[in-house]
Design a protein around this ligand. Structure first.
Ligand code: FES
Length: 112
């Protein structure tokens, strides 16, 4: 089984779906798929550069964010009610599919 992950660019123009193996983090999949997420702290919950905006329908199906994650998200730019840290989302079979959008700021970090 695999999980179908759809990545939407910050401007909504670029949409791509990849198949991901359960047991990997969303950050890992995003980076392998060339998405602009820095993930500077490599999942140590110390940076928030792995911030993604989860599709509202999918957000409700994910396990809740920890308090630590919520605190870090408070510091991230362009946070929405369905924002999460990609390094904290572990993919599992039960999820089936997941759709996330890149926050606007992630594009800027790609270097202008
Ligand atoms: Fe740093 Fe997720 S990679 S908080």
């Amino acid at each position: 089984m695999s999980v179908a992950i759809t990545f939407v660019s910050a401007d909504g123009v670029d949409v791509r779906t990849v198949q991901a193996a359960p047991g990997t983090s969303l950050l890992e999949i995003a980076q392998n798929a060339g998405q602009p997420l820095e993930g500077t702290c490599e999942g140590q919950m110390a940076c928030s550069t792995c911030h993604v905006i989860v599709d509202p329908a999918d957000f409700a199906r994910l396990p809740r964010a920890s308090e630590e994650e919520d605190d870090l998200l408070d510091l991230a730019a362009h946070v929405t009610r369905t924002s999460r840290l990609a390094c904290q989302i572990m993919l599992d079979d039960a999820l089936g599919s997941l759709k996330v959008r890149m926050p606007a700021e992630a594009r800027d970090m790609q270097g202008r």
